[in-house]
Ligand binder design. Structure first.
Ligand code: NAI
Length: 340
């Protein structure tokens, strides 16, 4: 009896060892700005993600409450809240992925560039700490204007000697999420099957959805339909800002999009093959130093920046039109990082 009980104990032990060897590896994620409109639902969605083992929630205020609340959800990850700059290092130490939705959002009438003065400084501070405490982490930049905050982050990391172009991402997933939703409605195809690449940048006309490459092809869309879908995707953020009438910009759909992108980063890190998402990254796809396009994610971050594929005349025109604005936003970010 004693021996049968010890053999069943050891087989249980073997089973649990086999399980933990097969289970996904430990992954620490930080959300910076975790008490905000995006940060809170994003913290919840990351808590639901079984690939996360440690969830670090940082903000300048309010994180103890958010962390206590989210920590009661009965999923894998251990949740810790960090508040104030003196706890930023501990929040970041050992992180595999850092998601940054810190900063002010738009109010009606504002462009994303109007946020530059406040958010540029916030991003610079946070990236300086990332360079120090988790230089190998994949950085998912949500704070706007993404077209400038990503170049700022790159310059901060270069100055610190930690820049790795494979590990810095501007999160443009919400543009893809919107393009998919709007396309499915118009083309009358099931939204869960839709794929639409969105390239360029993340503001106004720099957002260029490639509906000519949309899958599946549904009822034939006229040129006017495609124009209207493009405009709605470009103005999707403003649609939400106006509907919220002064109470901020997209938070729930952005949290969803941010969680999709972070999940893709984690899958890539864990060696899942063929993980492809659009993102604003260092790029040689055009003559601009940063550009959003499809990116294959792997164990070190960007595995391959994929090209644009064939474009319709309307998309070619859109590409030429967006370049000067995107170039100016990139240069503004670089100049800020050098000047301060
Ligand atoms: P929010 O104001 O609700 O939350 C921002 C949070 O950042 C606040 O909790 C605030 O305390 C925190 N914060 C401020 N300074 C900080 C610092 N130095 N360190 C850490 N946290 C700090 O704003 P919301 O709606 O969550 O938006 C956040 C950012 O995301 C904005 O810049 C917004 O424009 C951007 N955004 C980006 C989108 C995208 O597609 N990439 C879509 C929607 C918004």
């Amino acid at each position: 009896r004693a021996s049968s009980s010890s053999s069943s104990t050891s087989s249980r032990h073997l089973l649990s060892r086999a399980y933990s060897a097969d289970a996904s590896p430990e992954r620490k994620i930080a959300v910076l700005g975790a008490a905000g409109g995006i940060g809170q639902p994003l913290a919840l969605l990351m808590k639901l993600n079984p690939l996360v083992s440690h969830l670090s929630l940082y903000d300048i205020a309010g994180t103890p409450g958010v962390a206590a609340d989210v920590s009661h959800v009965n999923t894998r990850s251990e949740v810790k809240g960090y508040v104030g700059e003196d706890q930023l290092g501990a929040a970041l130490e050992g992180c595999d992925v850092v998601i940054i939705p810190a900063g002010v959002p738009r109010k009606p009438g504002m462009t994303r560039d109007d946020l530059f003065n406040i958010n540029a400084g916030i991003v610079k501070t946070l990236c300086t700490a990332i360079a120090k405490y988790c230089p190998n982490a994949l950085v998912n930049m949500i704070s706007n204007p993404v077209n400038s905050t990503v170049p700022i982050a790159a310059e901060v990391f270069k100055k610190a000697g930690t820049y790795n172009e494979k590990k810095l991402f501007g999160v443009t997933t919400l543009d893809v999420v919107r393009a998919k939703t709007f396309y499915a409605g118009k083309a009358k195809v099931p939204v869960s099957e839709v794929d639409v690449p969105v390239v360029g940048g993340h503001a106004g006309i720099t957002i260029l959805p490639l509906f000519s490459q949309a899958k599946p092809q549904g009822s034939n869309l006229s040129d006017e339909d495609v124009k209207a879908l493009t405009k709605r995707t470009q103005d999707g953020g403003t649609e939400v800002v106006e509907a919220k009438a002064g109470k901020g910009s997209a938070t729930l759909s952005m949290a969803y999009a941010g969680s999709i992108f972070a999940d893709a980063c984690l899958k890539g890190l864990n060696g899942v093959p063929d993980v492809v998402e659009c993102s604003f990254v260092q790029s040689a796809v055009t003559d601009l130093p940063f550009f959003a396009s499809k990116v294959r994610l792997g164990k070190d971050g960007v595995e391959e920046v994929l090209g644009l594929g064939s474009l319709s005349d309307f998309e070619k025109e859109g590409l030429e039109k967006l370049k000067p604005e995107l170039k100016a936003s990139i240069e503004k970010g670089i100049k800020f990082a050098h000047g301060n």
